[in-house]
Design a protein. Sequence first.
Length: 117
Amino acid sequence: QLQASGGGLVQAGGSLRLSCTASGRIFAAINIMAWYRQAPGKQRELVATSNNLGTTNYEDSVKGRFTISRDNAKNTLYLQMDSLKPEDTAVYSCNAKVFDRRWAEYWGQGTLVTVSS
């Protein structure tokens, strides 16, 4: 249902853009899409969310550096990450909560982002 891509190795201060392609059924429904990340030895944390009404929210540590966006025509969710820091190193995963008579949740596979100092 979800396919994430775009991770890689980047130096501190650099940028990466993650993409998450979803099925059309997900984008057509009431949905809340999100990026999560999990750093080695740490719990998974919510990074940013975007709903079908255009509302976005960010975790405090990424505000002003990361931008979540979506292209509904391409059924794709993005995470533009600028001014990357070593502490942003993690596996990033996309998530979709979809309402179609009831709520359902989907996860994409993770993509590794490594930020070197």
